[in-house]
Write a protein that binds this ligand. Structure first.
Ligand code: DC
Length: 216
């Protein structure tokens, strides 16, 4: 997606708590690009699945939900079939169900098609997820894979959810890392050509500077 006339895409992938969301938003602001949290899309599907009382491991029923659901993910909101699910998609029920939903190849096919259409409509953007550089936009202008130590990632996630203890967040992160990395459909991998950046000891500004510097 480089060269004149092609959409400008910056792909930011990495595991939970690597700092993707904060960094991707800030990079989008610096570059004047739109931002898309693709994890919120998978969470939105998981929310619709639970709302309809469907078992997240029922592949056929979950695929049908993914094909039919109306998702509107903006910087601050996630609307699912017109309902504001911004808070619900961050809750424990959706967090517990989303790995199974995201492992479904038909769900992935549907979300990838919507993500590509999103870029075409906007002429580019900063996209964060797990498979943006490896599957959705392998020809992105820049592919970044963010990492951080498991301890730092658990602390960051716990800080976002007051009242939740670090040990239970760490256990949840380990479970999701394992599920996201070992699934057959588009596992979490470092894409060919991705720049790996360990954010454990960096400030947000430091990470954003490093990424913007990679473009020059
Ligand atoms: O980044 P997050 O925690 O909001 O992601 C939610 C889930 O969706 C997580 O289990 C990984 C999955 N996901 C994915 O499989 N592919 C993406 N592009 C983004 C998220």
């Amino acid at each position: 997606m480089t060269g004149s006339g092609s959409p400008r895409v910056i792909a930011i992938d990495g595991p939970a708590g690597s700092g993707k969301s904060t960094v991707a938003r800030a990079v989008a602001d610096r570059l004047g690009l739109q931002y898309l949290d693709t994890g919120a899309m998978y969470r939105g599907v998981a929310h619709a699945v639970l709302r309809e009382g469907i078992d997240p491991s029922d592949g056929a029923a979950v695929s049908e939900v993914a094909r039919n659901v109306t998702l509107d993910v903006t910087r601050s909101h996630c609307m699912v079939d017109g309902e504001d699910a911004s808070a619900a998609i961050r809750g424990p029920e959706v967090t517990g169900a989303v790995s199974a939903v995201a492992a479904n190849p038909e769900v992935r096919g549907e979300m990838v098609a919507r993500q590509r259409a999103w870029v075409v409509e906007r002429g580019g953007g900063v996209m964060e997820g797990r498979d943006i550089g490896s599957v959705v936009f392998p020809d992105a202008e820049l592919k970044v894979y963010l990492t951080a130590s498991p301890e730092v990632r658990a602390r960051r996630r716990a800080a976002e959810a007051p009242g939740v203890d670090v040990d239970s967040v760490a256990a949840d992160i380990r479970r999701r890392d394992e599920a996201d990395s070992s699934r057959a459909a588009s596992p979490l991998v470092t894409a060919d050509g991705a720049r790996v950046l360990d954010t454990s000891d960096l400030t947000v500004d430091g990470v954003v500077d490093a990424i913007v510097g990679m473009l020059r």
